[in-house]
Write a protein that binds this ligand. Structure first.
Ligand code: ATP
Length: 279
């Protein structure tokens, strides 16, 4: 086995000890069936997953395999029809009420009539935070995503990548422990995506957040993750969970290494095995 797959407790690079760290998300035998006019849609079947504090976990799988549905269950936006789930040791509903997570969507979803600072401010206003605290969080989080100086711009004055960084700042400003990201860079070109992947990794190392990230991209999943959850459709199942222990300060160069290509090949094989070519 290559060094890449070393358990965290053997590592000297400061990564969390994944075995002993607290569970942020604990999912057991979880299923979700949507009842539709055309009959039941089995979106998720018998999912088991444990996400530890400080991990970066990616869900990868073909369209319709239930990645977004699983993320929405964690966020209490969908209700499972079977099995159990806890987030920070409590139900997803309680975790949502405690603002345990920030959610970043594929589209930046910024309000065009609000400046960047006022977009980041919105959830803080809803929380009823005092002005001084709101301003501290806006400044800190815009600096964290390298958008200091853009406070007074409107979303349409920023590139797509900058808008997505602003939506990440908005999610972080709530100071959640957990960041849920649904294909946040899916609509961006590859060079911008590479750049944002590097920035996200630095942000993750700096903030020590737990991240759950949905993607279609094998290189993105391997580059970013400590754990890759490979899913297959109809019904959505977990077909493989791959530990991926690259150092936190990795750069894009690692994509050329044999270790990286080895993990990518395992992800690709997992995707192929679960893929149906019927449609
Ligand atoms: N509200 C809903 N009602 C009925 N079916 C739904 C609903 N939401 C999702 N589905 C179905 O559940 C399955 C999983 O959908 P989901 O969006 O989670 O997949 P995904 O892996 O995120 O896909 P993509 O990569 O295309 O975003 C699909 O078959 C989808 O059509």
């Amino acid at each position: 086995m290559s060094a890449v797959f070393k358990p965290y407790e053997d590592r000297a690079d400061g990564q969390p000890n994944a075995e002993n760290a607290a569970s942020v998300i604990d999912i057991r035998g979880l299923s979700l069936t949507f009842e539709t006019n055309d009959g039941p849609v089995h979106a998720l079947s018998n999912i088991d997953l444990d996400v530890k504090r400080g991990e970066f976990v990616s869900f990868i799988g073909p369209s319709g395999c239930g990645k977004t549905t699983l993320l929405r269950v964690i966020a209490d936006l969908e209700q499972p029809t079977g099995g159990s789930i806890t987030v920070n040791g409590v139900s997803p509903e309680e975790a949502r009420q405690a603002r345990a997570y920030g959610y970043v969507f594929q589209a930046a979803a910024l309000y065009p009539w609000r400046t960047i600072a006022r977009n980041v401010a919105l959830p803080l206003e809803i929380m009823g935070l005092p002005k001084a605290e709101r301003e501290r969080r806006i400044a800190d989080n815009l600096a964290l995503v390298n958008l200091a100086g853009f406070e007074k711009k409107y979303p349409w004055q920023l590139s797509g990548g900058m808008q997505q960084r602003a939506s990440i700042a908005r999610a972080l400003a709530v100071e959640p422990e957990l960041l849920l990201m649904d294909e946040p860079f899916g609509a961006l070109d590859e060079i911008v995506r590479d750049h944002l992947n590097e920035q996200l990794l630095k942000l993750w190392a700096k903030t020590q957040k737990t991240v759950v990230f949905v993607t279609h991209s094998i290189p993105e999943a391997v580059f970013l993750s400590t754990k890759i959850v490979v899913m297959s459709p109809r019904p959505g199942r977990v077909t493989d969970i791959i530990d991926c222990g690259f150092p936190r300060d990795r750069t894009l160069d690692i994509r050329e290494t044999p270790e990286f290509l080895e993990v990518a090949a395992r992800v690709r094989n997992g995707l192929r095995a679960g893929h149906s070519y019927e449609d």
